[in-house]
Design a protein around this ligand. Structure first.
Ligand code: ADP
Ligand code: MG
Length: 712
């Protein structure tokens, strides 16, 4: 969709543009026009005054009954009081020093009112609501049309109401030229035009118009997704630049025979697939899916050794500094000091001291470092590789489709790419969602792995809640360690990384905050004498690394943290995990978190505490995780609830996904249709010569991804 990238401030004014940018991250015309309504409401569906809960935001349609002005008691200034009614209940809207409003707010005039409902002297009150009056001289016909007119309700915020967005969208749409469609007309002749769709999704005259618009735009997303995937696959298959052809040799052989365990069958099988890829003459682009603890990192290390055999370099990219240094440590352990030194195992993160950083960069550019572990910092312009042969990306769900492309641009010759994820998705889905990748599934845990026992404890079971800390103390007494995970850092903080708030029920009490929980556990007599540490995303990188090191070295018994520990952290002696307000986390997030325990041969225990009520969706989610450890099954449940963008793209790491309307599971047929059409199109016109708009649009998407990546 080729929408203008014009900045909104020029069209909407500084103030509105600022609010849109700050609250919702909408900066350009394209951003705003693809900020789609969450749903539509008709008159009847709006909140009734009699049903409004005090303290909550509400939108009403109401008529002005009476307007009066009075002096503030004991203060300078006037209050304008506007009594409004929906025919049943009454609310008083109040404005401070805004008497001018009364000229338009005539008794009998009708409008939409939006704001937070308070109570004052026993009366319901809306202070400084946002409102939009319907024009006075409404004709019957117009009134009827209005009554049926769907009103878009946007994802909004306190500073940026749905009405404000609606008004802004109107201004933009009024001045918008016909939207250019990159999809060839004959492929979408059964749908409304793209231009109509973009207008109708925001300003439908009937619900059917909105539905038609959504159908069209959903198709657009499916088509562009598949076009991106298939084009990138074609590009990598036809890569003209030389590609490393690496074959396993002595390094790998020695390594395998030095392992204290035998590889699982699947590890061997996938190892062979990868070996074939690496020798095939075009860049590997493989997705390795596997449960937490299934031994993916080991598979990656073996691929790296094959690359090293041919004198090439491999870089493992982790999503956070904590994870990068964890990976570094665990690869160091796996390889052994001597082999690691020979291979020049090197860590490069943004937080290294200047001297260390310089020497790491030198090792990388000179080719001495054969295996490099790092964060985004690895892809900074200044970092040059001597001969990068393989990129391993840890945790697919943090580096989606949106970034993979940009990564590949870094190598001089096209590097092989191996992506690992512990958020598995079923193979049939994977093909349509990650259609540019070959897929390996490591669905076999190394033997001797103990299962993790999971239990849900609700607030309504105080005796069990007390027992939780007793259990933690018992585990520690046995020489084990425990994680305590909280949804937020401190009381001021919004929860980190939680799933879309509209899927969640409102919390009944303040959510557990890591800093406060750490304090209260230190004061808890049951845990007296235990060494308790704190880890969260707002600490400096040094502090984080220090705390992690202490925990790894068993200098801490309990680690209270946020989701920083979600992925990859490997401390086999940590056997217990307490997850506070577990309902605040998404399904795969819980599964990931839980995977941090039971990593060694010791049995793991996960205790998930929640205030969610019996029968709520929130509790169902937590229970689903407790009931099964099958990651594939959980990911299906999860995908039902989440948007495809979250699965694919950057949205989890703060970037904006280009997918907003597509759902992975529900929209399979649409995705499949788009895939077939795109394949047909590329078969006829592989270079997109005859489809310049599509080529342009894909280039722009790639550019946006590359920008996102380099900016972090
Ligand atoms: P993942 O990355 O899939 O979460 P790792 O590669 O980190 O899993 O492996 C988890 C642990 O299991 C590591 O300590 C690793 O050394 C060990 N491991 C890997 N493969 C095997 C195997 N075949 N047998 C026994 N232990 C293994
Ligand atoms: Mg791992």
């Amino acid at each position: 969709m080729l929408l203008p990238q014009t900045k909104l401030d020029r069209l909407l004014g500084e103030k509105t543009a600022k609010a849109l940018a700050k609250s919702l991250g909408l900066v350009t015309v394209a951003d705003l026009l693809t900020h789609y309504p969450r749903r539509y409401t008709a008159r009847g569906e709006l909140t009734k005054i009699s049903e409004i809960p005090v303290g909550e935001s509400a939108t009403l349609i109401a008529d002005v009954v009476d307007v009066s002005e009075r002096r503030m008691k004991g203060k300078a200034g006037h209050i304008l009081e506007v009594k409004i009614t929906d025919g049943e209940g009454f609310v008083t809207a109040t404005f401070f020093n805004q008497a001018w409003r009364k000229q338009k707010l005539l008794p009998g005039s009708r409008g939409l009112w939006s704001g937070k409902i308070g109570s004052f002297n026993g009366k319901l009150q809306l202070s400084h609501p946002d409102y939009a009056l319907f024009s006075d001289e409404i004709e019957d016909e117009v009134a009827k049309a209005w009554a049926e007119l769907p009103i878009p309700i946007y994802p909004a915020s306190a500073n940026c109401t749905t009405w404000m967005i609606q008004r802004s969208v109107k201004i933009i749409l009024d001045g918008l030229e016909t939207v250019v469609d990159e999809i060839p007309e004959d492929l979408v002749s059964d749908l409304i035009s793209l231009d109509a769709a973009i207008r109708q999704i925001h300003q439908p005259k009937t619900l059917q118009e909105a539905k038609d618009a959504i159908e069209r735009l959903r198709y657009q997303e499916a088509f562009m997704l598949q076009a991106t995937l298939i084009r990138s696959r074609l590009l990598s298959m036809n890569q003209l630049s030389p590609v490393r052809e690496a074959k396993p040799g002595g390094l790998l052989e020695q390594f395998d025979s030095s392992l204290p365990f035998t590889l699982t069958e699947k590890q061997v099988l996938i190892g062979n697939e990868i070996a074939e890829d690496l020798a095939a003459g075009h860049p590997m682009n493989r997705l390795l899916q596997g449960e937490v603890g299934s031994g993916k990192t080991l598979v990656a290390v073996r691929a790296m050794l094959t690359i090293a055999e041919s004198d090439g370099q491999s870089a493992l990219l982790a999503p956070t500094e904590v994870l990068a240094s964890q990976h570094y440590q665990s690869i160091l352990r796996t390889l052994g000091e001597k082999r690691a030194a020979e291979l020049g195992l090197t860590l490069l993160t943004g937080q290294l001291a200047t001297a260390e950083r310089k020497s790491a960069m030198l090792a990388i550019v000179s080719g001495k470092a054969k295996i490099i572990v790092g964060t985004h910092a690895l892809f900074a312009d200044k970092v040059e590789f001597y001969d990068l042969g393989l990129i391993v990306i840890d945790e697919q769900h943090r580096f989606g489709v949106e970034q993979r492309e940009a990564l590949r641009l870094k190598g001089k010759t096209a590097p092989h790419v191996l992506t690992m994820t512990a958020t598995p998705i079923p193979r049939t889905l994977a093909v349509t969602v990650f259609g540019d990748l070959d897929i390996s599934i490591l669905d076999q845990l190394p033997s001797g792995r103990s299962p993790i026992a999971s239990h849900v404890v609700t607030d309504s079971q105080p005796a069990l809640v007390a027992r939780v800390w007793q259990r933690v103390a018992e585990e520690v007494a046995k020489g084990r360690q425990a994680f305590v995970v909280c949804p937020r850092i401190d009381e001021k903080d919004d929860p980190e990384d939680i799933i879309e708030s509209d899927l969640l029920d409102t919390p009944k009490r303040p959510l557990a905050a890591a800093t406060l929980v750490a304090e209260s556990l230190k004061a808890n007599p049951i845990l007296a004498g235990l060494r308790i540490g704190l880890l969260h995303g707002r600490q400096s990188s040094e502090t984080k690394a220090e705390v992690m090191a202490k925990f790894t070295n068993r200098e801490l018994d309990i680690l209270v943290s946020t989701t920083v520990i979600e992925v990859g952290v490997d401390v086999p002696n940590a056997t217990t995990m307490v997850i506070l307000d577990a309902d605040r986390f998404g399904i795969s997030q819980l599964h990931q978190l839980r995977g941090r325990v039971g990593r060694g041969s010791l049995p793991g225990l996960a205790l998930m505490l929640t205030a969610a009520e019996e029968g709520s969706l929130a509790l169902e989610r937590v229970k689903a995780v407790a009931e099964t450890s099958d990651g594939f099954k959980l990911s299906e449940i999860d995908l039902e609830l989440r948007r495809e963008g979250d699965v694919l793209g950057a949205s989890q790491s703060g970037g904006r996904s280009s997918l907003k309307l597509l759902r992975v599971l529900k929209d399979q047929p649409i995705i499949q249709k788009a895939r077939d059409q795109v394949l047909g199109l590329f078969a006829e016109d592989p270079t997109l010569e005859k489809h310049p708009n599509l080529a342009l649009s894909l280039d722009l998407l790639d550019q946006a991804r590359a920008d996102y990546l380099t900016k972090g």
